[in-house]
Design a protein around this ligand. Structure first.
Ligand code: NDP
Length: 450
């Protein structure tokens, strides 16, 4: 009989924490999870899920406009933010309770309270102290707002989904995932939207061709101000005055700081253990997700790897299986597919051209910029783009990039092919489904001449 109260104590019931708890319990471990906020974490409550619902709402605007060229006529079309917000709340509440009942039905003990480490094996939850053989930190991250005068008047992605009404105008600071996704949906839901980014093109870290196109596409529906940053924000009661580093000023109703997220490591009691943080405040872990305190592990956004829900799920599952079943092979971060739900959507898997070059690979580029069939009648100028990066040494497709409606849906299958080691010859030998956007990937024949 173990001398510990639990085999596995998980702090945080977000994507990684819930997955790890559930799998560990299924494998026979005595598991507890502490959650002080909401079940399902950022993704379910203030991230991926509500964002995708708002993005769906925004896509109707494009569809209504596109439909005119196909003979549809309508008048008196209007959008009601409150309907979207209330329906979204109802769905998020439903998901919340599903996450909780998954834990309940798996036999996981739930503490709806903050947990702090008291030592390598001890956790304090309210007035209770519990011991556990292993402890998992899965506390996620939190929006980061840089220090500028008046920063307290800015909101973050956390507050956007609680807005009861749409602002007339909004300024979004940042040029990453959240900034471009939020700018895309706000602009289509009737909000006069300005995107302010300190760099010269949006989505740093993505393939440069994608960045060029998305920067242009975003500029078609939002005011994009590049190479400038916010220096001051003044609250003038009726509006906010944004002062930029360039000296320009603008007046808006709301300002959203989409300037990154930071690991949520404050007040976790880490000082009572040997757990260490890196210079970004993330918990340092080894390849087995162990911190410097052997009994304490960490997964998901609190670790400085890849801040994506499927990655947290994979890591949580890996830890639970490795601890309570059998040691698994190392977690692979290769060929990670991801999508950005800006308009048009963007999706990517594997190397960008710049990463392939930095890795010293010799490669070929196949690409096509095109206007999708639908837009021959809709009249929309929205551009689509497909790009494959092929390793010359073995003909393998090592990078796939797409800008197109539902790009994430299309990229999922490409990621499977890439994980299976598909070569360009296999892509070429695969018949297209005609007429689709996805067939672009099997009909790219011309190498880019560099
Ligand atoms: P990102 O790291 O993607 O982008 C942050 C942006 O803020 C960058 O453009 C950055 O500029 C800018 N920035 C950072 N610090 C400052 C500063 N001091 N002043 C001005 N600008 C600044 O973070 P997000 O907040 O957009 O998203 C957080 C994470 O959440 C993402 O990294 C992603 O992992 C995840 N996410 C994933 C989504 C998806 O899968 N679709 C959707 C939303 C979020 P610079 O580029 O110059 O550094």
């Amino acid at each position: 009989m173990s001398s510990y109260d639990y085999d596995f104590f998980v702090i945080g019931a977000g994507s990684g924490g819930v997955r790890a708890s559930r799998i560990a319990a299924k494998l026979g471990a005595r598991v507890a999870v502490a959650e002080e906020r909401y079940f399902g974490g950022t993704c379910v409550n203030v991230g991926c899920v509500p964002k995708k619902l708002y993005s769906y709402a925004a896509h109707f605007k494009d569809d209504f406009e596109d439909s005119r060229g196909f003979g549809w006529h309508f008048s008196n079309l209007h959008f009601d933010w409150a309907t979207l917000k209330n329906n979204k709340d109802r769905e998020i509440n439903r998901l919340n309770s599903i996450y909780k009942s998954i834990l309940d039905s798996s036999g996981v003990k739930i503490y709806e309270s903050r947990a702090r480490l008291l030592g390598p094996h001890h956790v304090q939850i309210g007035d209770e102290i519990r011991s556990s053989r292993h402890i998992l930190l899965a506390v996620g991250g939190w929006p980061y707002v840089p220090a500028f005068e008046g920063a307290e008047h800015a909101v973050t992605s956390n507050e956007v989904f609680a807005m009861e009404s749409a602002p007339k105008s909004i300024a979004i600071i940042g040029g990453g995932y959240i900034a471009v996704e939020f700018a895309s949906f706000f602009a289509r839901l009737g909000v006069d939207t300005t995107l302010i980014y300190r760099g010269s093109k949006l989505l740093r870290g993505f393939d440069e061709d994608l960045r060029d196109i998305i920067t242009n596409e975003l500029s078609r529906c939002t005011h994009v101000i590049l190479e400038s940053d916010i220096s001051k924000l003044r609250n003038n009661q009726s509006h906010l005055e944004v002062v930029l580093t360039s000296g320009c000023e603008l007046q808006v109703e709301k300002v959203v700081a989409a300037t990154g997220r930071r690991p949520l490591t404050q007040d976790l009691g880490l000082e009572n253990t040997r757990v260490q943080l890196n210079d970004k405040g993330a918990v340092k872990v080894d390849k087995d997700f162990r911190t410097a305190e052997h009994s304490v592990l960490a997964v998901g956004d609190v670790v400085d790897r890849v801040a994506l829900t499927p990655v947290a799920l994979m890591e949580g599952q890996w830890v639970a299986r490795s601890l309570f079943d059998k040691k698994m092979g190392p977690v692979s971060y290769e060929n990670l597919p991801s999508a950005v739900f800006c308009h048009p959507n963007l999706a990517t898997c594997g190397y960008s051209e710049e990463q392939a070059r930095a890795a010293g690979l010799t490669f070929e580029i196949y690409e096509n910029r095109f206007n999708q069939l639908k837009h021959t009648l809709s009249g929309s100028e929205e551009l689509s783009y497909a790009k494959l990066i092929v390793n010359q040494a073995n003909d393998r497709v090592i990078g796939a990039h797409l800008i197109a409606p539902d790009a994430g849906e299309l990229m999922q299958g490409i990621a499977v092919a890439m994980n299976a080691g598909a070569t360009k010859s296999i892509f070429d030998a695969t018949l297209g489904i005609h007429p689709t956007l996805a067939e672009e990937f099997v009909t790219l024949r011309e190498k880019r001449v560099t």
